[in-house]
Design a protein. Structure first.
Length: 124
């Protein structure tokens, strides 16, 4: 997915706040694609809630990703908005470690969604 590539590109350039946002976006979009493939609507931006919506279709498999989804969701707003923190700007609050972890979590979720789509004959 392009968002995951963009996340890795941002990470390599030291734009860690954008890398975490793009990581969250890649997981969100992959899960929405999977829900749509099952004929389900997918609204909102919470990776956690999208996984919960997939529980009916994929059971406890989603449990493997819940804590990772929570962390990705925590980056959705503060990574982009300067008023998310008392002072400074988002780039001051994100570093290589946080960015790398977010990318890893997104990769796991995207890979899982890709495998599930392939099982039903579709590609991500």
């Amino acid at each position: 997915m392009r968002d995951l590539k963009a996340s890795k590109d941002s990470h390599s350039m030291g734009n860690f706040e954008w890398a975490v946002f793009q990581a969250q976006q890649s997981a969100e979009k992959a899960l929405k694609a999977l829900l749509h493939a099952h004929g389900r609507g997918a609204w909102g931006h919470s990776v956690l809630e999208l996984l919960e919506a997939l529980r009916e279709l994929h059971g406890s498999e989603v449990d493997l990703f819940l804590s990772k989804a929570r962390e990705l969701d925590r980056h959705y707003i503060p990574s982009r908005y300067p008023n998310a923190f008392e002072s400074g700007y988002p780039g001051q609050y994100y570093d290589e470690e946080v960015s790398g972890r977010a990318i890893g979590y997104a990769e796991e979720i995207v890979d899982w969604a890709r495998r599930k789509l392939e099982e039903i004959g579709l590609k991500l």
